[in-house]
Design a protein around this ligand. Structure first.
Ligand code: FAD
Length: 393
């Protein structure tokens, strides 16, 4: 049986960065496995990331894994009123088929071994002298084999099995699961330097619709819907209706469906010899649905703590708890506030959101930052004050 120090399951952003960081921090033998045939594909994502978070890991300037640099955000009310925020260094729309391979190459350069077409299909605990190990059954092109690991990092995404197998509670309540559908649409007119976020219970109940440019005239156009809040249409029907209304002449050249967890971090992200990172631990921003940079930040912490625990010769849940605590301080606690805020915003009807948009458009174009939009909304709609207070509770 092959034995490694750290086995990372899943080569998405969380897993690639976890393997990169664990190897760089001297964790020893680090193995990263991915069940798909290519790292980064298929893409189930709108691929938008904020500039500052991305730059903590890689330099996007001139990179071939960037589809588009974004300098503007345009919010859209249910009645199609647009609120353009003042331009700035907003972020990027990635090409994830190229982005994740670059992260994986960094992991390999740091010393990790990478295997594609290899799926973890079961794990069991083997206790022994000097702390326990996990025996992980892998299925790959050469058949089945078992690998021993001192720490398993479960970076296996929304449908994580590592968490369940390790006894961690990772089920998602229906009210916290957004069903998403997205087309890549060509031959459409929009500002290729802007991302568009379209809100309203009739547009996308419990979520929002997005237009994220992949180039001039071509964009990821999608939406996320909490089915429980919907009117009986499937998410694909919501999207088809959206495209018919806004881009009737567009050419659909790709379809993606997937789930986004819009809840908060699971209560326990660690077990003896196990750390969950990224979507597997529900570490997505519940307001925006953004999870790429969060997954990378969690992966970085997971890799570091795995290396530390191995150095200390103590991979128990008690010692790994420092990972959970650090994540909660970094973003997990903030997500709980965003979650409460999202729950309240979800109660707004179309008329109220249309009113907010008109108020925001009274701010001069060049001064219309998100902060000012929120400030002006509070002044003109005092009923929002209790909601704003939630951010500080
Ligand atoms: C439609 C849609 C649009 C989105 N848009 C955005 C966006 O614009 N911006 C943003 O920041 N976030 C977005 N997200 C969320 C984002 O995609 C995720 O938060 C992010 O990919 C999480 O990274 P991860 O590494 O945790 O998981 P994933 O990226 O899901 O990676 C998990 C990997 O594990 C592999 N795996 C699973 N099980 C096993 C196994 N047993 N053995 C081996 N490998 C396994 C999978 O094949 C996968 O490659 C979107 C999500 C969806 C569905």
């Amino acid at each position: 049986m092959r034995a490694v120090d750290v086995l990372v399951v899943g080569a998405g952003p969380a897993g690639c960065v976890a393997a990169w960081e664990a190897a760089a921090a001297g964790a020893g033998d680090v193995l990263l496995i991915e069940r798909d045939r290519a790292i980064g594909a298929p893409v189930r994502c709108a691929e938008g990331v904020g500039s500052a978070g991305l730059r903590e890991f890689l330099n996007p300037d001139g990179a071939d894994w960037v589809s588009r640099r974004i300098s503007r955000v345009i919010l859209i009310a249910p009645d199609d009123t647009q609120v353009a925020l003042a331009p700035g260094d907003v972020g990027y729309v990635l090409d994830r088929t190229r982005f994740e391979p670059v992260l994986a190459e960094e992991a390999a350069r740091a010393g990790a071994t990478i295997r594609i077409s290899t799926e973890a299909v079961g794990i069991e605990r083997a206790d022994g002298a000097g702390g326990g190990r996990w025996r992980v059954r892998l299925r790959g092109p050469g058949g089945e084999e078992t690998v021993g690991a001192r720490v398993v990092i479960g970076a296996d995404g929304v449908e994580t099995m590592i968490g369940r197998w390790a006894g961690l509670e990772t089920r998602v309540a229906a009210r916290d699961m957004e069903s998403c559908a997205q087309y890549v649409v060509g031959n459409i007119a929009f500002d290729p330097d802007a991302i568009y976020l379209h809100f309203g219970p009739t547009v996308a109940p419990g979520g929002y619709a997005w237009i994220f440019p992949k180039g001039v005239g071509v964009a990821n156009v999608g939406l996320g819907v909490v089915t429980l809040r919907g009117d009986g249409r499937t998410v694909r029907q919501y999207l088809d209706d959206y495209i018919a209304r806004h881009f009737p002449g567009g050419t659909v050249i790709g379809l993606t469906v997937g789930g986004v967890i819009s809840g908060v971090t699971v209560k326990r992200t660690v077990a003896d010899g196990v750390i969950l990172a990224g979507d597997a631990a529900h570490m997505i921003n519940p307001l925006s649905g953004g999870g790429i940079v969060n997954a990378m930040k969690a992966g970085r912490l997971a890799g570091r703590h795995a290396a530390r625990a191995i150095r200390e010769g103590d991979t128990s849940a008690r010692n790994l708890q420092a990972y959970h605590d650090e994540w909660m301080r970094l973003l997990g606690d903030a997500h709980q506030k965003y979650y409460r805020l999202k729950e309240t915003i979800n109660k707004f009807d179309d008329a109220f959101l249309n009113g907010l948009a008109r108020t925001a458009n009274r701010i001069p174009d060049e001064k219309r930052s998100l902060g000012r939009v929120i400030g002006s909304a509070l002044v003109h709609h005092p009923s929002l004050l209790p909601i704003a207070a939630q951010l500080f509770l």
